[in-house]
Design a protein around this ligand. Structure first.
Ligand SMILES: O=P(O)(O)OC[C@H]1O[C@H](OP(=O)(O)O)[C@H](O)[C@@H]1O
Length: 320
């Protein structure tokens, strides 16, 4: 058979490009798109043997996995779809991959709805939340609280450099939340006025650290100083199995041009620009992690991780 990498279908390449450029972004949304792309690979492949189709699916998974390194929902999605493709015919492997991908996307949707209900219980009528970046898991909590008839306000950090806070502001306002948009550096000024800091996550480590959009850790430290609880809304797809065996989470470094346009940068002289996309908030600054399976103090998330993953963290797309 030819090189399986050359048989990756265009839909997979388009999805990988969209994830890399952040046209498709947000940990849960990335996972959903990656599973759908693997389903497309299975459906559109013209492989003639089961082994060839498996090799193609692994190649497609590598293409998707090579896009962004921090959100573990991406490799977790790939692992889920490729979990058990031992069939002896092309049809058997194709059917298994399509079934696993479809099941994954359905589970993701249900998990977010369930998480929203759990998170909504923390929010009382009249509360104000402060948000950072844009998280569909956070939005699910607010949406469920609003559906319960609670009236909420939000202070929304704009979230430099890509301003995903604008998406959050728009979506919260559409839910009927009273929204105030602030620059990131104004967050501390408003912490006395808010009842909860509510953030999402790209990965959760076994020690309960929250890996989320750059700026989350500073916000959490300030919130602790002011006595404002910090709640992280993260489906279990964000739990990072590699950290169970001592691995750390890669922090993505993105383009300088997201921080400053090249012409302006040129006027500054010999200046280096650094653009880390995420940071790590230690568990002592986080009050609770809200998942679809309930709320956990960050230090006990490892129990849930062991239950869900055991000690196995194999990445099936790495095998040739
Ligand atoms: O899965 P949901 O809750 O939608 O998003 C989780 C996290 O993904 C985003 O990363 P990026 O914007 O893709 O870099 C943000 O850091 C956000 O908190």
């Amino acid at each position: 058979m030819d090189d399986p990498d050359s048989r990756v279908v265009s839909e997979v390449r388009r999805t990988a490009d969209a994830i890399g450029s952040m046209e498709v972004r947000g940990a849960a949304t990335i996972a959903d798109a990656a599973a759908a792309a693997l389903r497309a690979q299975a459906e559109q492949s013209d492989a003639t043997t089961a082994a060839d189709l498996r090799a193609e699916l692994r190649a497609a998974a590598r293409t998707l996995d090579d896009t962004r390194p921090t959100a573990v929902s991406l490799p977790n999605a790939l692992r889920y779809v490729l979990f058990d493709l031992d069939g002896e015919t092309v049809e058997a492997v194709r059917d298994a991959a399509v079934r696993r991908a479809t099941e994954f996307c359905e589970r993701l949707e249900h998990a977010q709805t369930d998480l929203g209900r759990v998170g909504a219980n923390r929010l009382r009528d009249g509360d104000t939340v402060m948000t950072h970046c844009h998280s569909t898991d956070v939005l699910a909590c607010v949406e469920a609280a609003v559906a319960q008839g609670k009236s909420l306000s939000a202070v929304v950090k704009e979230t430099r450099p890509r301003m995903q806070g604008h998406i959050t502001a728009r979506e919260l306002a559409a839910l009927g939340v009273d929204v105030t948009l602030v620059v990131d550096s104004a967050a501390r000024r408003y912490l006395n006025d808010v009842d909860h800091v509510l953030v999402g996550a790209d990965s959760i480590a076994a020690d309960g650290s929250v890996i989320n959009k750059i700026g989350t850790s500073g916000l959490a430290v300030n919130a602790r100083d002011r006595g404002t609880p910090v709640v992280c809304a993260a489906q279990t797809i964000k739990l990072h199995p590699g950290t169970l065996t001592g691995h750390t989470v890669d922090i993505e470094m993105r383009e300088e041009s997201e921080v400053i346009d090249p012409e302006t940068a040129a006027t500054l002289g010999d200046v280096r620009v650094a653009n880390p996309a995420f940071d790590v908030t230690p568990p002592r600054y986080v009050d609770a992690i809200v998942t679809e399976r309930g709320q956990y103090p960050p230090e006990s998330i490892v129990v849930l991780m062991r239950e869900l993953f055991g000690e196995a963290t194999a990445e099936p797309w790495v095998e040739k």
